[in-house]
Design a protein around this ligand. Structure first.
Ligand code: GTP
Ligand code: MG
Length: 197
């Protein structure tokens, strides 16, 4: 897919106020700092379309971007970390779970997993929840540039084995790096194919 245009549309914390258009939507979710915003910039080949930071908790709202005037990319806050006050220190903030429960335009969620780490309960739990809610999702392993090929392969295999303990079938998965654009074509082609129906 060629990216002809990528525009920021709006930020919000209420799914009811998200764009009312019916165009297909793809959302990026995962632990804080896993690289959601960086991946969006990499896919769109734009440095600062989505705000990134070395400190977790950078993205705080639901951010809609309109791509090629016919589909939406959504950058979401991370889960599993809250820099803000203790009272709002929920693992999964309600407006984020609401987004997945109510957003009918959502075609596919991409759950981002840092390829360097062992499978984490919080991610497995989140994918399980998506499954229960019948939200289609794919996995994106991020930061592939941080591992040597052998270690990367080993970690991905470990992850697949872990998933097969609770899933009959493996979800689609991609291996990406926002530093060197690994996986860019694959993810965009996948979205293109779904959009083409
Ligand atoms: P929150 O919005 O806080 O939930 O984080 P996020 O998931 O959007 O992560 P973000 O894209 O802001 O990236 C977090 C940090 O990881 C930044 O310092 C990025 O530069 C770094 N990072 C993201 N992707 C990659 C990658 O593919 N390779 C490397 N080496 N660093 C990355
Ligand atoms: Mg972010």
């Amino acid at each position: 897919m060629q990216i002809k245009s990528a525009e920021f549309i709006m930020s919000n914390s209420d799914v009811a106020k998200c764009p009312a258009t019916r165009i297909p939507e793809y959302a990026f979710i995962g632990r804080s700092n896993v690289g959601k915003s960086s991946l969006i910039n990499m896919l769109m080949q734009r440095k600062n379309l989505a705000k990134t930071s070395g400190r977790p908790g950078k993205t705080q709202l639901i951010n809609h971007f309109l791509i090629n005037k016919n589909w939406h990319l959504v950058d979401l806050p991370g889960y599993g970390y809250a820099r803000v006050s203790k009272s709002s220190k929920k693992v999964f903030q309600k407006f984020i779970t609401d987004y997945f429960l109510k957003r009918e335009q959502l075609v596919c969620a991409f759950v981002l997993i840092d390829c360097r780490h062992e499978p984490q309960p919080i991610d497995l739990q989140f994918m399980e929840w998506l499954g229960e809610q019948q939200v289609p999702f794919s996995i994106i392993f991020t930061k592939a540039d941080k591992l040597k090929p052998k270690a990367l392969e080993r970690n991905v295999d470990t992850y697949k084995s872990k998933l097969l303990e609770s899933w009959e079938e493996l979800p689609n998965y991609f291996i990406t790096s926002s530093s060197n654009s690994t996986g860019r074509e694959e993810v965009l082609q996948y979205i293109d194919e779904i959009n083409a129906g």
